[in-house]
Unconditional design. Structure first.
Length: 79
């Protein structure tokens, strides 16, 4: 079941993570199921973080010359 997480979009993983959290918060889940849900939640969280990092790396900033004219782009984290 964790194999499907690697194929999820950010939105899918986040929605699934929200379901897992709600189930765990309800307190109506047996211990073994809680452990399974917790492990799945951790994998979903990692997927969300991975997708966010990938998106951040794609974001670029517009660079300007002394006159304020656009000269190109640079990665967001490039000083």
């Amino acid at each position: 079941m964790a194999d499907d997480i690697g194929e999820m979009t950010f939105e899918q993983a986040l929605a699934e993570l929200e379901k897992v959290v709600n189930q765990l918060d309800s307190g109506d889940v047996p211990l073994e199921e809680s452990i399974r849900l917790y492990e799945r939640g951790a994998a979903l969280k990692a997927r969300c973080e991975s997708r966010l990092k990938a998106a951040e790396e794609k974001v670029e900033q517009i660079t300007l010359d002394a006159k304020g004219q656009a000269t190109g782009t640079r990665p967001a984290d490039a000083g």
